[in-house]
Design a protein. Structure first.
Length: 353
């Protein structure tokens, strides 16, 4: 007995042509497509009745559906997956688009490459873009400073061995009668932190600070304990991925499920949860496409195109979120090109080039 995958592999050329015409038309209009329109688009030289027979066969295979009895057909998630895997015709970005993507990202430099990538891809693709920059797993601390801002706050400045500078605001609530540290005291605390953290990864440094705070043998005053605990938390947030989301307004153009769209918009406000949406692409080379229910629940009615940045996603991930009827043929090459340019800029920095 043949498996369903084998049956799909054996779609006739006519069935493939009809499915491709239907999906192309649905992507262009986001509307059900009738048999007459399909016959004209596919240029099969057959009657609408013959096309209806083919549509019935595609429906039986679960590739298309008919929302209403009198309406045309739409592709199912399964049909879109077959289309993407077997029928998709990629559209090479224009020379102007390629030049704009390369110039804007390269001119932004290492620090601004990700932000510029999200902006230019959003503008050209006309969909929401997410960029997640991974913190290098082997990133280690070279130097730490504490800078006094006011009586109840200081700035933790962490410089990695790669030269990456990160700032974290440390705030505490002074106890009654507690003396605020002056600049000299904070400088001394910063020197001690540097001695404790130098050469350690962010995770190792955080563990060392927390162990020191919790050690009964450590002779620490109350303020020093607070500073060490806050510094440990600052290291934790420094090690989290940097998440950039651009063009969320594009999500509101699809009014089929506004409640789910609102939930997605709230989710995208949280960096940690947003990065989780992208993490499945971290270890995958090239482009990954997720359609409908292949996505987490928040993206169940969406099409998502994701690319790893660098080998095995070592530099992060970049992706576009659109509707299920996303123009995959146009968007996939844009995501691929942008990811390659970003990886080139960031990769050159990480290797010292």
């Amino acid at each position: 007995m043949r498996t369903e995958d084998e049956r799909l592999e054996r779609l006739s050329e006519r069935e493939r042509s009809v499915l491709q015409a239907l999906v192309d038309a649905h992507i262009a209009t986001n509307e059900p497509v009738g048999s007459k329109a399909i016959a004209e688009i596919a240029e099969l030289g057959v009657s609408p009745q013959t096309v209806r027979n083919v549509l019935a066969a595609l429906h039986e295979r679960g590739l298309i559906d008919q929302p209403h009895t009198s309406a045309g057909r739409v592709p199912t998630d399964r049909g879109l997956r077959y289309y993407v895997d077997s029928l998709l015709r990629l559209q090479t970005p224009s020379d102007a688009q390629q030049a704009e993507i390369e110039a804007r990202i390269a001119n932004a430099g290492v620090d601004g490459a990700l932000r510029e990538a999200s902006r230019v891809l959003t503008r050209i693709a006309r969909h929401t873009t997410i960029v997640v920059q991974a913190r290098p797993a082997g990133e280690r601390v070279r130097h730490v400073e504490l800078l006094r801002l006011r009586d109840d706050a200081a700035l933790l400045i962490v410089v990695s061995e790669e030269g990456r500078v990160q700032n974290r605001l440390l705030q505490w609530h002074p106890e009654q009668g507690e003396r605020a540290p002056d600049e000299h005291s904070l400088e001394r605390y910063g020197q001690r932190l540097s001695g404790l953290l130098a050469g350690k990864s962010f995770a190792e440094g955080r563990s060392a600070l927390l162990a020191l705070v919790q050690s009964r043998q450590a002779e620490l005053d109350l303020l020093e304990k607070k500073l060490l605990a806050l510094s440990a938390e600052g290291l934790r947030t420094s090690a989290e991925p940097r998440v950039l989301v651009e063009g969320t307004g594009h999500l509101l153009q699809d009014k089929t499920d506004l409640e789910r769209t609102r939930e997605l918009l709230h989710l995208l406000e949280e960096d940690e949860r947003t990065s989780e949406l992208m993490e499945r692409a971290d270890a995958a080379p090239g482009i990954r496409i997720f359609i409908g229910d292949e996505n987490p629940a928040a993206l169940a009615q969406r099409g998502v195109v994701v690319a790893a940045l660098g080998a095995s996603g070592a530099l992060g991930t970049l992706g576009v979120i659109g509707p299920r009827h996303l123009d995959y043929g146009r968007v996939v090459p844009l995501v691929d090109l942008t990811a390659q340019v970003v990886a080139k800029v960031l990769g050159r920095s990480s290797t010292g080039g």
